[in-house]
Write a protein that binds this ligand. Structure first.
Ligand code: 8IG
Length: 306
């Protein structure tokens, strides 16, 4: 297996893998001595990601990708405007990917060439934490993207808004997150710095495209139920502005893999208790649809500058 991987993996992934576990003697001064010859959890999930990336590259006919986008609720068609679709594959044909269980998610993976010649991997299949497939499954697509050579990971989602000024259909940048899942995609003693997790550089690029883009702190709840009004007030008190059920765990895995992260939420509804009306999945779908032309143009213009 290892020998085969060496042939396929992009140089940056190979370096990361080797820096993490292979080819180095154990550090005798480490507080956490690791046996470099044993299969660490990281080695196992990197291997899964590499297998997926081999298959993605083979099936899409694209040798390497520069940027990846995960499309959340409301963002499905936005990707169509970013460039020319080279190929489209069924995500369920890729090891570790599952068909999407959520209406509004496409279940496909696309290879798109941008006008500037860069290659984008567009992931229309997301495993949510609430599906109970384990956190490895949740971040598998992000790790597979990293193994495809991706340096910039764009994570999009549909979410509830805590700021009243954000009417349904408003896109906002994610500036930071609060992870309320009580979980982490990192395994073992993997201490990763999350300062500037949602890259200031990339947010500035996004704002250079659309100066009115607001930003906020994303709070990831487990779901799949929406919050109670009291939970939304808790999130607000904690410093949160956006409530959702994805993205934070994926962003952590992206950072671990060495990628820069841009997070974009489409506010499809006001969070529970902020609006006097109860929430409905239909409202989410409808406002996503209504916002489509605007956020498609926005996403395409941002991606062109990344
Ligand atoms: I779309 O109001 C969407 N996803 N947790 N709360 C949470 N997730 C969401 C919401 C929301 N809207």
């Amino acid at each position: 297996m290892r020998r085969r991987l060496a042939v396929w993996i992009a140089p940056n992934s190979a370096e990361k893998l080797s820096a993490r576990t292979h080819g180095r003697p154990p550090n005798p001064n480490s507080l956490y001595p690791v046996d470099m010859n044993s299969e660490s959890p990281q080695t196992r999930y990197d291997t899964d990601a590499l297998q997926a990336s081999e298959e993605i590259r083979h099936q899409t006919g694209t040798k390497s990708f520069d940027i990846a986008l995960t499309l959340g609720s409301g963002w499905a068609t936005a990707a169509e405007m970013i460039g020319e679709t080279v190929s489209e594959i069924d995500a369920s044909q890729i090891p570790g990917f599952a068909a999407s269980g959520v209406p509004g998610h496409t279940g496909t993976i696309k290879s798109i060439t941008l006008p500037n010649g860069k290659h984008a991997l567009v992931i229309g299949a997301r495993t949510h934490f609430y599906e109970d497939k384990g956190v490895r499954a949740v971040v598998h697509s992000v790790r597979a993207a990293a193994a495809c050579g991706v340096k910039v990971m764009v994570l999009t989602n549909g979410a509830g808004g805590i700021k009243e000024a954000w009417t349904p259909g408003t896109p906002v940048l994610i500036s930071d997150h609060i992870n309320l899942t009580a979980s982490s995609p990192l395994e073992g003693a993997t201490f990763i710095d999350l300062t500037d997790l949602y890259s200031k550089r990339l947010r500035d690029i996004a704002r250079s495209v659309e100066p009115t883009l607001d930003e906020g702190v994303y709070v990831q709840f487990r779901g799949p139920h929406y919050e109670t009004p009291a939970e939304v007030q808790m999130a607000k008190t904690m410093g949160g502005h956006i409530v959702g059920m994805s993205t934070a765990l994926e962003a952590i895995a992206a950072r671990e893999a060495g990628m820069e992260v841009l997070g974009l939420s489409l506010i499809t509804n006001l969070a529970a208790g902020i609006s006097p009306h109860p929430l409905s999945h239909q409202e989410v779908i409808d406002s996503g649809k209504a916002a489509e032309p605007v956020i498609s143009r926005l996403l395409a213009d941002i991606v062109a500058k990344l």
